[in-house]
Design a protein around this ligand. Structure first.
Ligand SMILES: NC(=O)c1ccc[n+]([C@@H]2O[C@H](COP(=O)([O-])OP(=O)(O)OC[C@H]3O[C@@H](n4cnc5c(N)ncnc54)[C@H](OP(=O)(O)O)[C@@H]3O)[C@@H](O)[C@H]2O)c1
Length: 292
């Protein structure tokens, strides 16, 4: 009897990794191996190659990342951000290529500068604005270098039921304060990590039935566009909280790292190639908050 394909998940204690572990039971045709920073440090080049050769995964979903966008701007943090976000995807890609496994690597809308006024396509020019963004772009390049099978999925404004994210931060602040200010001049598409996790497993299912399907870059986010203020208002309304929310410009909430003003991703390609049609961000947010 053939063994089930093994899927290695790195960074499994993060938002996306946790959603993948929850969803794994509904994909019994695969074996999963969930790892975190202590059991599978992705920046250890030799250990990564050794593990792949010994265990022969069919897929690796790389959820490991240095995601502290503002902290990454500190001079002492740059090397750490690049080790995980830029170098490690290359080690995983090389190890995957050595045993003909497929790497699925996750990247970000922050590779764009945000000067567009229409959704970004996979082929649009990148122009990262900070250390985290540049490290992620270098990671995409490293991941794609070793095999035409590698799939890079860029996503945006990611949140899940658990973990430190905008949704959970807003709920906490709105419970503590009578009024808050939220930025209303940065536009994007919030993405529920559970929807991204499902999309990734659907892609793997698809590639199992069509092994010739070519890799490359794909965009995935929930559909529709909002700004952080609009996002916060819907969170408040779903949670039935009474906090006053005031729209403020980016200049009223300075951060170390510059964010793109507009980072909506065009998801036509993932729909065309894999038949994945993302749910609206409003529907996704309701499903996420229902799990709180
Ligand atoms: N969050 C967003 O808004 C957003 C937006 C667009 C794209 N993305 C991308 O989406 C992906 C998933 O993001 P996420 O929100 O799930 O991130 P997350 O919650 O920060 O999870 C990342 C995980 O990687 C782990 N990790 C860090 N260094 C590692 C290492 N050297 N080896 C193994 N694991 C390591 C982290 O552990 P520790 O916590 O212990 O460090 C954490 O558990 C990332 O590639 C991210 O860049 C995120």
């Amino acid at each position: 009897m053939n063994e089930k394909p093994l899927i290695l998940v790195t960074g499994a204690n993060g938002q996306l990794g946790m959603e993948l572990s929850e969803l794994a039971v509904t994909f019994p045709q695969f074996n999963f191996y969930f790892t975190d920073k202590s059991t599978f440090p992705v920046q250890d080049k030799q250990a990564v190659m050794t593990w792949f050769i010994q265990h022969k995964p069919a897929y690796c979903i790389n959820c490991a990342a240095y995601t502290a966008v503002d902290k990454a701007e500190e001079p002492g943090e740059i090397a750490a951000a690049f080790a995980v976000n830029a170098d490690a995807p290359g080690y995983l890609a090389a190890a995957a290529a050595a045993i003909k496994a497929r790497l699925i690597h996750i990247s970000t809308d922050y590779v764009f500068d945000g000067k567009s006024d229409k959704p970004y396509k996979e082929t649009d020019a990148t122009n990262p604005q900070g250390v985290y963004a540049l490290s992620k772009l270098k990671g995409e390049e490293a991941a794609l270098q070793h095999s035409r099978d590698t799939i890079v999925i860029r996503t945006s404004w990611l949140y899940g039921a658990k973990g430190q994210n905008f949704v959970n931060t807003m709920i906490r602040l709105m419970q503590e304060k009578d009024a808050i200010g939220v930025v209303n001049d940065q536009f994007g598409s919030p993405t529920y990590a559970a929807d991204l996790a499902r999309a990734i497993l659907q892609i793997i299912q698809h590639t199992e039935s069509d092994r010739q399907v070519e890799g490359g870059i794909f965009h995935f986010c929930n559909s529709g566009i909002t700004n952080w203020y609009g996002f916060a208002v819907l969170i408040r309304d779903i949670k039935q909280l009474s906090c006053e929310i005031n729209p403020i410009p980016t200049s009223g909430f300075p951060t170390r790292a510059k964010r793109p003003q507009y980072s909506v991703l065009d998801t036509d390609k993932i729909n065309r190639i894999f038949g994945i049609r993302p749910a609206s961000w409003e529907d996704a947010l309701r499903r996420c908050i229902a799990k709180h």
